[in-house]
Write a protein that binds this ligand. Sequence first.
Ligand code: GLA
Length: 354
Amino acid sequence: MTTAYRAPGRVNLIGDHTDYNEGFVLPMAIDLACTATVERRGGDQVRVRSHDVAGDVEVAADGRDDPLDVSPGWGRYVAGVVRVLADRGRASVGIEATVSSTIPVGSGLSSSAALEVSLALALLAAAEMDLPPLELAQACRDAEQLATGVPCGIMDQLASIAGRRGCALLIDCRSLAVEPVELPKELAVVVVHSGVARSLDETAYASRRAECEAAAARHGVTALRDVRPEQVADEPRARHVVSENARVLEAAEALRRGDLAELGALLSASHASLRDDFEVSTPELDALATALEESGAFGARLTGAGFGGCVVAVAPRDAAVAVAERAIASYRAEGGCEARAWHVHAVDGAGRVG
Ligand code: GLA
């Protein structure tokens, strides 16, 4: 008998480059997902095939294989998950599994977090082990870091695990408290891929994080979360983090009040801050965000790490498709790439299916 585990991707409504500064984020788990189907359990090897990417992956079930030595490249995530679970006491039980994903790779929609979480659930079940949700998220975040060398934060894995149908998740990345915030019925969340794959430029992400840590040290605090706006008025990187944290809290409030115009304005302000202060946007992401705003969205911003990938927009529900179509047409007319849009819905977090 086969068992399958499904983990959703996520789109971040607002709050980027804040998670590793112990700040706030407002993502939602979306109806694009990775599914890991276990065909056989036992033995001492973890063998995984992908429906979407070439090359079979095989690693030792005890976690001894160094993720960075594994090929094909996507096998690094498999090895990363196997290793972090072994470190947390998972018995060395092999599986044969197939993974299949509807999340576009390299888009900023957390295809890798969904792969890690779905596989982790499959591996834990095979070894009859359970991890509390927060530990599972931390383990998968550690797996991502091992597999990529990028010092990413906790948002993606936690959003995939803690998702709630119909809700965005206000996450305090210091306490890791997750508060679901209901999305108003008249709100549509549209994700548009710029057509330029994100190269989560390891150096740029890591160097932004290092700049934030250096700024926190200069101000004598453990994380930029604890710095006041007036302290960083002349420091663009830190200014982004501090202003973005405030916008996340205001956006959660705007959602609760159903104030969609205010929510949109906050998204657009976030994009400007990521573009000008944090400098992680691209001309394509800027053009697409503007096209969405001019096509009737309440607001739009790059989502995730930046450097390519997707823009998220909030729009009136009954106009979502028209807004996306108009924006894609004008983006193309202005010389942009072939863009693709999804009207996404907030779904429950990862779990067993079937
Ligand atoms: C990537 C990382 C997250 C977060 C975002 C930026 O998605 O994996 O931890 O830092 O970038 O907000």
